[in-house]
Ligand binder design. Structure first.
Ligand code: NAP
Length: 286
């Protein structure tokens, strides 16, 4: 049995679906009872409801599993504390393999959600629990948050300059790589794997791929940080999340954010999905 935390989120659902499809028994931990049915449909055999900030819930969730796949809720202000709680629980329960869903370049202190993951990685090294760490780049799926504006208005809005270069990864490739790790756990213990591609697309190039695939002009539109912030606040996003995302956008604008595709190619046994393939699959196959 593999415990997957944060299972009802975007990442969690992709991981649960893939692990279950490959024959693993999955315990999907969710926060709310109404999320259980969907996780069952994705193939989870057990769907405990619990709060990752409550040590008793976490201990109950890790009890009896052979492995843990830990996904912390996105931009959580207490990611380190949550990580510590579940790593301690895994050590206590004698879990044989702990795989942590980190992020590409956790070393970047200017992005608090990266830095928190760096601290969790450090705690894991010292825990004595056999571990593997995966460090995914930004997901291609994030672009789909704007699918309405892209398809209807022909606009791709971004809160950084059009020249900002990002290397994105398909979440489906991340899930397939994670399943490969769980198919031969012993050989991956101690590994830290960057899950990225070789692409470094400017936002203008992202818009060009969208234009080509949709057969209509899609132009990139830089949104000011002030406008983005007002929109995020109106949509009810929390203050910590707003501050963290603003820091991330400033960092992206200044330095870009990309990795290298060699490790993911090795784990998948084939080159990772390109953004062009992803867009084609999404807009033409769905
Ligand atoms: N997005 C990217 O491009 C990217 C790239 C690399 C790494 N990552 C990392 O991937 C991770 C997952 O991101 P995501 O966007 O998939 O997450 P998400 O969609 O925000 O999902 C988080 C899930 O955790 C649940 N949750 C929140 N607080 C909880 C608590 N206290 N106890 C138990 N469950 C709780 C949420 O439940 P509710 O539905 O009730 O809120 C939600 O189902 C993050 O750590 C992120 O940094 C993301």
């Amino acid at each position: 049995m593999i415990l997957v935390t944060g299972a009802a989120g975007k990442t969690g659902k992709a991981i649960v679906r893939q692990l279950a499809a490959e024959g693993h028994a999955v315990r999907a931990m969710v926060r709310r009872a109404e999320q259980q049915a969907e996780l069952r449909q994705l193939g989870a055999t057990e769907t405990p409801v619990g709060d990752l900030e409550h040590a008793a819930d976490v201990s109950a969730a890790v009890h009896g599993v052979r492995a843990v796949y830990h996904i912390c809720p996105n931009m959580h202000p207490r990611e380190f504390s949550i990580g510590k709680t579940i790593i301690d629980a895994a050590a206590q329960a004698g879990v044989g393999h702990f795989v942590y869903h980190s992020v590409l370049h956790p070393q970047v202190a200017e992005m608090p959600h990266h830095w928190e993951k760096m601290r969790v990685e450090g705690y894991l090294f010292q825990s004595g629990v056999p571990f593997t760490i995966v460090q995914p780049a930004a997901y291609m799926q994030n672009v789909l948050a704007h699918r309405q504006r892209i398809s209807v208005d022909g606009v791709y809005p971004v809160p950084y300059s059009a020249g900002t270069r990002l290397g994105m990864v398909d979440l489906a490739d991340v899930a397939a790589a994670v399943a490969a790790i769980f198919s031969a756990p012993e050989s991956h213990v101690g590994g830290t794997y960057e899950l990225a591609t070789d692409e470094r697309l400017s936002q203008t190039e992202v818009a060009a791929v969208l234009s080509e695939s949709l057969g209509r002009t899609v132009r990139v539109e830089q949104q000011s940080l002030l406008a983005w912030e007002a929109q995020a606040r109106a949509a009810g996003l929390g203050e910590y999340q707003i501050e963290t995302l603003l820091k991330m956008f400033r960092y992206y604008d200044r330095f870009g954010f990309w990795g290298n595709g060699r490790v993911l190619t090795w784990l998948l046994g084939k080159p990772p999905t390109t953004f062009t393939e992803f867009v084609y699959n999404y807009f033409h196959m769905n």
